[in-house]
Design a protein around this ligand. Structure first.
Ligand code: F6P
Length: 349
């Protein structure tokens, strides 16, 4: 079937993940070899659209990058052309301007008919704004957090769980040797998937997730009872979005210019201090943070990135508008959902 379009742009936005290069490769090779579509790589997400930083991508440009972490196109989590900082008003408050129409004209001038947008929720909401202005975008969701509605598993989650599990295994032996409690904080924003999976996989004694408020007294009783039974150490895995009963999430910083301004972090330290104070058992906090997003993707994420990247291009070639490619079922069905809308539970799109 002849492709509905001839030229597409591809960009990666938001926090990075190990598989982004694998997805760019799949998009580029599928476009060129399967559909005869030209591909333009856009640098640093929508920042590159604003600043016209784009380059044609050939098959050679994406050769050998399948296993490389990060994104060779670069990423930006803070650029929203619908809300560009434009100085301050007389009260000293930041003012913003919407330059999306200008961006749309810039893309059209280069013959770019649609974008493959690889990103998280912030990037997808920027993309959906462009869709409403008539710039077609198909999204490939990126998040280690596995918190996407309509997608049973997101790319990056599996590698993040593996990295966290390996770290927890290492912390297990050191906790045991020193008869300590070690509280390990993992990313995940408001979703406890990474903590839950890595915690179960590593045999952590306590797993604390945002979906269930934790009871400090119960955790301390459990740690004490293990100690009395001769297990003089405990391994605790806590998700960064967790909070104690009746408490608030621990916010590390707020960045008002970012689409998602809240940066979580610090609950591990807080919990470790509380446990040491209440139980008298030496307790340490370890934050895995961005380590979960670095390095090479595992086999499962490479396969997912390849499948979803290829499907995004197929959808564009078929003439689809404003879709988000997702994984449904047990990873054996590819679907697509309305970009940034509640996903349809139906069959593959
Ligand atoms: O959404 C991915 C994620 O890694 C979250 O788990 C984490 O809360 C956030 O991004 C960190 O963002 P940043 O890279 O801006 O610190």
């Amino acid at each position: 079937m002849a492709s509905a379009i001839k030229k597409i742009g591809v960009l990666t936005g938001g926090g990075d993940c190990p598989w982004l290069n694998a997805a760019i490769r799949a998009v580029t090779k599928t476009a060129i070899f399967e559909h005869g579509i030209e591909v333009v790589g856009i640098e640093d997400a929508f920042q590159g659209v604003v600043e016209h930083r784009m380059k044609p991508l050939g098959a050679g440009d994406v050769s050998g990058i399948l296993t490389h972490g990060g994104t060779f196109l670069g990423s930006s989590a803070s650029c929203d052309p619908g809300r560009m900082p434009a100085g301050t008003n007389s009260q000293g408050e930041m003012i913003f301007e919407d330059i999306r129409e200008e961006c749309a004209r810039g893309l059209a001038k280069r013959g770019i008919e649609a974008l493959v947008v690889i990103g998280g929720d912030g990037t997808m909401s920027v993309a959906s704004g462009f869709v409403t202005l008539g710039v077609n975008c198909v999204g490939v969701p990126k998040t280690i957090d596995n918190d996407l509605v309509g997608s049973d598993v997101t790319i990056g989650f599996s590698t993040a769980v593996e990295v966290a599990t390996e770290a927890l295994d290492r912390l297990h032996t050191t906790a045991m040797s020193h008869h300590r409690v070690i509280v390990t904080e993992v990313m995940g924003r408001n979703a406890g998937w990474i903590a839950l999976h890595a915690g179960v996989a590593s045999g952590a004694d306590v797993v604390v997730i945002p979906e269930i408020e934790y009871d400090l007294g119960a955790i301390c009783d459990f740690v004490r009872s293990r100690s009395q039974r001769g297990k003089r150490f405990s391994l605790i895995c806590v998700s960064e979005g967790a909070r104690g009963k009746g408490g608030e999430r621990v916010v590390k910083e707020i960045d008002p210019s970012a689409p998602d301004p809240i940066r979580l972090g610090g609950v591990g330290e807080l919990l470790a201090d509380d446990i040491e104070r209440e139980t008298g058992i030496a307790t340490r906090a370890v934050v895995l943070g961005h380590i979960l997003r670095g390095g090479t993707p595992n086999a499962s994420d490479r396969v997912l990135a390849t499948r979803l990247g290829a499907r995004a291009v197929e959808l564009l070639a078929e003439g689809a508008q404003g879709r988000l490619v997702v994984m449904q079922g047990r990873g054996d069905r590819r679907g697509s959902a309305q970009l940034c809308a509640q996903a349809e539970a139906g069959g593959p799109g």
